[in-house]
Design a protein around this ligand. Structure first.
Ligand SMILES: [Zn+2]
Length: 316
């Protein structure tokens, strides 16, 4: 059975990426093509199926060897029914994607949210390989998350499990509104958007900082300034790390995972950020919930999506 192959599809607003994995989660081949969102639903669905077949062809893979096809999408997904419930940048809302792809590809299909899928990829063959439970925080424009226990994504009763960016953690006195409509979410302080917002506020308030002279305010500019010793930038990074570490301490007493994984663009800050998150975690995690628990950087980068999608159809 070990020569079976698993296809993962990572669907984004501009590109669809397909990968073929073996039973160990090794990525053997990838193919990427344009989503063509502007050409409408039918074209997008046709592209997804065509790219999957093209990827298998390029890998000289007999379709019979494909055990299944997994799909990750940036939206609210009813994984149990295989339906795309809500999706912002793709014309796929309401599509019964699992049924559709099973009928055109003739293979079992599983679908899930892209953050869950990335977490599964890291758990299967990335930074969480070899541990039974891991929780991944993906720090990008927003904060995505995914919980993997015993090889399974925990997405909960209505698919909201693992929405770690919307843990309400900032005290009301300092809370700002989140994209989700609530206030005080982790995402407001730990996403690239949140970090840039805090930097802009500091500049607007006239705080002495080198960021006032920075051309474009980006999360990277804030991290660079913090590394160079800029006090205001250090406070912003410290605040993001503080709330990340506290969030992990909360998760630690809910499911007590063995490993926390930090991925996404903001995680490029590397050990400079990780060390501060670890310190905040140690300060807040109680007793055995924190013992032996590691906080590490994600390993798979942009491939986490296709590998994790393939993992949806592979019982880990
Ligand atoms: Zn929120």
């Amino acid at each position: 059975m070990t020569d079976l192959r698993y296809i993962g599809i990572d669907i984004g607003g501009t590109a669809v990426k397909v990968g073929v994995c073996d039973a160990e989660g090794r990525l053997l081949h990838t193919f990427e093509g344009p989503t063509e969102t502007d050409k409408g639903r039918e074209r997008v669905l046709d592209n997804i199926a065509a790219y999957a077949r093209r990827c298998a062809d390029e890998a000289s893979l007999d379709w019979e060897r494909i055990a299944g096809v997994g799909v990750g999408l940036p939206g609210q997904i009813d994984a149990a029914r295989g339906v795309v419930e809500f999706i912002a940048n793709l014309p796929l809302a309401g599509v019964r994607l699992k049924d559709h792809l099973e009928s055109v590809l003739g293979r079992p299909v599983r679908i899930s949210n892209d953050a869950n899928v990335a977490a599964l990829g890291e758990a299967w063959s990335g930074a969480g390989r070899g541990v039974a439970s891991s929780v991944t925080f993906t720090l990008g424009t927003g904060v995505g998350g995914g919980i993997v226990v015993g090889g399974r994504v925990i997405d909960g009763f209505s698919g909201m499990g693992g929405e770690l960016g919307h843990m309400v953690i900032v005290p009301d006195s300092e809370a700002v509104r989140c994209g989700c409509g609530k206030t005080g979410c982790l995402e407001t302080v730990a996403s690239a958007t949140g970090i840039v917002r805090m930097a802009r506020e500091a500049v607007e308030m006239g705080v002495r900082t080198s960021l006032a002279e920075a051309g474009e305010l980006t999360a990277k500019a804030v991290f660079d300034a913090a590394r160079a010793g800029d006090e205001a930038a250090r406070r912003i990074v410290g605040r993001a790390a503080h709330y990340l570490g506290r969030s992990m301490a909360l998760v630690a007493v809910v499911i007590n995972p063995q490993r926390f994984i930090i991925g996404g663009g903001v995680a490029k800050a590397g050990e400079f950020l990780l060390e501060q998150v670890r310190e905040a975690f140690r300060a807040h995690a109680i007793g055995r919930a924190g013992e032996g628990v590691s906080i590490v950087a994600a390993k798979l980068g942009n491939n986490a999506g296709v590998i994790g999608a393939a993992g949806l159809v592979r019982k880990l």
